[in-house]
Design a protein around this ligand. Sequence first.
Ligand code: COA
Length: 695
Amino acid sequence: MSEATVSFTTHGDIALATIEHPPVNALAHGVRVGLKAALERTAADPNLAALIIRGAGKNFSAGADVREFGRPFEPPQLGEVIELTEALSKPVIAALHGSALGGGLELALACHFRVALAGTRLGLPEVKLGIIPGGGGTQRLPRLIGARAALSVIAEGKDLEAAEAQRLGLVDLCVPADLETAALEFARRVVREGAPLRRTGDIVPVLDEPQVFGEFTKSVGRRQRGFLAPLEAVKAVRMAFELPFAQGLGRELEMCMALLNGAQSRAQRHAFAAEREIARIPGLKADLPAREIRAAAVVGAGVMGRGIALCFASAGIPVQLLARTAAAAEEARGQIAKLCAAQVARGSLAAAEAERRLGLISGTGAVSELRRADLIVEAISEHRGEKEALFAEVAVHCRAGAILASNTSFLDLTALGRASGRAADFAGLHFFNPAHAMRLLEVVRTPATAPQVTVTLLQLARRLGKIPVLVGAAEGFVANRMLARRSREALFMLEEGALPEQVDAALTNFGFPLGPFAVADLGGLDVVLATRRARFASLTPRERAADLLEQLNALGRLGQKSAAGWYRYDAERRALPDPLVHELIARHSAARGIRRRAISEEEIQERCLCAMINEGARLLGEGVVPRPQEIDVIWLHGFGFPAYRGGPMFYADELGLPRVLAALERYRDTVGAEYFTPAPLLQKLAAEGRGFYDP
Ligand code: COA
């Protein structure tokens, strides 16, 4: 970011303070100094009658400068600037555009009036960083828009569009264009009419629905289980109705600072920074011109293929869906139509938009018809031979410069690229199921992938609304390779004495939304079994013998779709522990000569997490990803790793690598060296007293 300043200009008797701190006008020290000076100058100059505060560039302000978190804020503090704003004896008008978030909105709340350009996003997203607003947001917003609307913004982190904000009483005037003129006119009118200053802090808040706090405590407690900040946010909003304003402000700041200094916020701020950091790829020129992707094709009309096709259509990119026959492709289109219809019925998609998306998807049964596509994504079943044959055929028909991508989860991409005969134009695009909904996308480059192809795919992924993470072409890439380690331990622990519901509970208590067995039931045990069989040759003897999946499949237990898998399911699709599965597991342990023992929740969590972390360290050591950030983002967005723990590698650092190493050594001795030999990088860092993030 560049220098942080506030420019000061005058239009007759109206002063304009413009926040200039690209790219998002974060309220860094220089901005706070500039704002304070602008307020003082307006107060002192008898020729000035009002002050407009606005932002230069694309936004009003994205709030406090997150890079200043974790060290003492240099004065003036944001709270001081905000209080000076509200206390000014001349009208202060906020002119809002782009984003007015966090401290930016808190500053606007302390202005006496607010004018906004249509489309402006107003919000207090602090909970997403593990904190609550600390500049009066929790005390002023409810005074303006009431408890319920304020709770949605503050405790749930939902932002408001300007027109909605005007309807709620947060914005006084919403204009379609020319914000500066509108703000100047507004200021002149306020001065001319001698309108009384509207200090938000002076409003006596009225509580219409006292039960609303209980409702939100319950709903955020359920939907954001484990997160501290949303619950604190509800308490803070409640204070606006129960404490005198000044006392509420003081208490809010204390609560904010306590959260800011806590482990959850540290982890959530790490996640925010990591997501942005991974967009900068070492050694890859960001300004390399990307290829244009005007039309795409997806080969394979199964669940993944259909989901991927929908991703393109949703982003407005025409896409051909190639199945074995034209009729099969048409049927797949019909299934996509059903998926969209369900979204329309739920109210999450407009009917016209669903039509538009479907109109962009065409079905075909002939590879020769793919010659218009700029990108062809293969999503057929995981057979190396079939994929190689397909790519060889596709390469004959597709146009020169078209990018070929495979959605394989674990096959050797370098070999597939070679088989296509177009290795430089070849890469992996590893989508997660359901592809149209999951935001994570592993973009996999082989040593032969042209840098321009990599840049194109990363850009395309963002166009699809995904979070792309660039990884190398190692077996299982990052996500599945680490997941396999966790799944292995989960299964081993079943053999040793645990039950599926116990393992799942340990991991949901850690903060995952679902445990591994519930996830398997959701995806289908036939699908999981197919992956196991495809990888069978690479399994250890113990893994091969741990054939509980085969046994469940043989019983027709395919997971949720057959109302029975690791659990049985009632009519409401609730998972219920199943004595039949318990018996099957007990028999399996006995047959394998394993004496069952009680396994603690702590062991389940530690074994699963340490197995993942160790594999993460190997991936880093092998250079499959350049930084631990990639791994953390993959786990946060691919498998619901709790954001308040920052991702597996951040979590390992928080635990301390010597502790992780000691656990690995313990399991190496009890479970086996082939599973728990500590990765060289982890050993080295632990010995040096460093962490993954402490190079
Ligand atoms: N403080 C410091 N830097 C910030 C920032 C903040 N509050 N908000 C965003 N940035 C930086 C980002 O780190 C990024 O930097 P980089 O280019 O060096 O990676 C840059 O601004 C652009 O942000 P990005 O999120 O990539 O752009 P966007 O256009 O997609 O989104 C926002 C813009 C403002 C909507 C989004 O950045 C955002 O939500 N920011 C956080 C707002 C917030 O939580 N404020 C409360 C702080 S307590």
